[in-house]
Ligand binder design. Structure first.
Ligand code: NDP
Length: 406
């Protein structure tokens, strides 16, 4: 639009005529024809575009690609491909730079999809060469449980920081070796307890710790789902050699860890029992296990995990003044929470967030700021230690006193 139209008397005339429906060819003589044919919104005011101060940011800025830490994902299974790799796009500080897989064809497909160059595709045979790859800062171990310790140690020896899936490993000794290897290499080790980075669980911790429920007296925590042996990802879970344990190691660990992070206490006594499972000879691990934990405060946790009952991921904290129910508590993409105090029950709605992205950003931040992650190796070690005691009690039929933490 030219300056004549924009200013002074000519413009006013044009507006008035336009508003009276009179704009026609005769009134716009000398005007550009195209301008006259386009309805014009021209106001008489001093409004003009001008910069304003920075608004409050709801989230810090994401880092530009060259400043993000590079992740190698080891094991391209169900969880890695459906949750973790897509979630890297939601992070602020991380990027996918390499993959490790025993299946060449699958690795190529994934590499093509995410733009990973051939030089950053590793097999289990070539993995140790990752030490020479400056594109990789962190290796994320998403392999069957019994492989966690070997591959965490190899990643640390290759000079990489490690995030490892739950359960940390199969035995206490393996966990200790992982911690030692990462310490020796001066690398961070974080166990991927995603619920401890997820907004609903964080709010639940805050509520319990704030005393809003009074003193926690009884916590009920149940995690279960049917095992589906037609799926490769459930076939190894049924094998003792690869899974290390049964439903407890796989999903009961959410009940155990949940009770620990909500109460911020460590149990002093455990009683456990096992119920018979499906009887399918292919299942070499326990399917059903129930256990009770007694805490120094006097609180009791009643927990169960199962490969036989329908999908359940529930935690309930019953305190002297209120009851908090999170159901589902540890779902990937949905959590629901209620707080009941006296006769009032309130459904708590929080702004949701991608917990996988949050936990990966926490790991990246821990590396960048050289600080210990919130869920370090000793958090994973404590769960494995307690799960071993749960098995011991179930096997002997006797309560087990938990030795104090070293
Ligand atoms: P999958 O079976 O889907 O994937 C495991 C992958 O590990 C395989 O695809 C394979 O990748 C690799 N692998 C290497 N050796 C073996 C082997 N001998 N047998 C089977 N797989 C092998 O399992 P998930 O993804 O469900 O679980 C992987 C880990 O992630 C487990 O430790 C599990 O506890 C944890 N997990 C955590 C969740 C969470 O919410 N935090 C949720 C689900 C799982 P490739 O073919 O590329 O070599």
């Amino acid at each position: 639009m030219n300056d004549n139209i924009e200013s002074g008397f000519t413009r006013r005339k044009f507006i008035q005529a336009g508003s009276a429906g009179l704009v026609g060819v005769s009134l716009v003589q000398g005007f550009n024809k195209a301008v006259a044919q386009t309805p014009q919104i021209v106001r008489e005011s001093s409004a003009r575009a001008q910069g304003q101060p920075m608004p409050n940011l709801e989230n810090p800025f994401p880092l530009p690609p060259e400043r993000r830490l590079g992740w190698a994902i080891a094991g391209l299974g169900n969880f890695a491909l459906n949750q973790i790799i897509p979630s890297l796009a939601d992070t602020r500080m991380c990027k996918l730079t390499a993959i490790v897989s025993g299946n060449t064809e699958k690795a190529r497909t994934v590499a093509n999809a995410y733009g990973i160059p051939d030089r950053n595709i590793y097999s289990y045979d070539t993995f140790d060469q990752i030490r020479n790859n400056p594109d990789v800062d962190i290796v994320y171990i998403i392999l069957p449980n019994a492989l966690h310790s070997e591959w965490t140690i190899r990643a640390a020896k290759a000079g990489k920081h490690v995030m490892c899936e739950k359960p940390m490993a199969v035995t206490v000794e393996e966990c200790q070796a992982m911690i030692e290897a990462c310490n020796k290499a001066n690398r961070k080790l974080m166990i991927a307890y995603r619920a401890q980075y997820e907004p609903y669980n964080l709010e639940a911790i805050r509520l319990v710790q704030s005393g809003k429920l009074g003193e926690p007296k009884v916590i009920i925590a149940d995690h279960g789902r049917p095992l589906d042996l037609s799926l490769p990802s459930d076939q190894w879970r049924a094998q003792k050699e690869l899974a290390g344990g049964g439903s407890l190691y796989d999903i009961g660990i959410y009940s155990l860890n949940g009770v620990r992070y909500l109460t911020k206490e460590e149990p002093v006594e455990i009683r456990a029992s096992m119920r018979p499972g499906s009887g399918d000879p292919r299942v070499e691990v326990e399917e059903n296990i129930e256990w009770t934990m007694r805490f120094p405060s006097g609180a009791i946790a009643n927990c169960s995990s199962s490969y036989n009952y329908a999908d359940t991921k529930r935690i309930i904290v019953q305190g002297t003044k209120g009851v908090l129910t999170i159901d589902p508590a540890t779902d990937y993409y949905e959590r629901k929470m209620w707080l009941k105090r006296g006769n009032s029950e309130e459904k708590l709605l929080l702004r949701d967030a991608n917990q996988f992205a949050l936990e990966m950003d926490h790991m990246a931040e821990s590396v960048m700021q050289n600080k210990e992650p919130k869920t370090p190796g000793r958090e994973g070690l404590q769960d494995v230690r307690l799960m071993q005691l749960i098995y011991e009690s179930a096997k002997t039929g006797r309560p087990v006193t938990v030795p104090p933490l070293a």
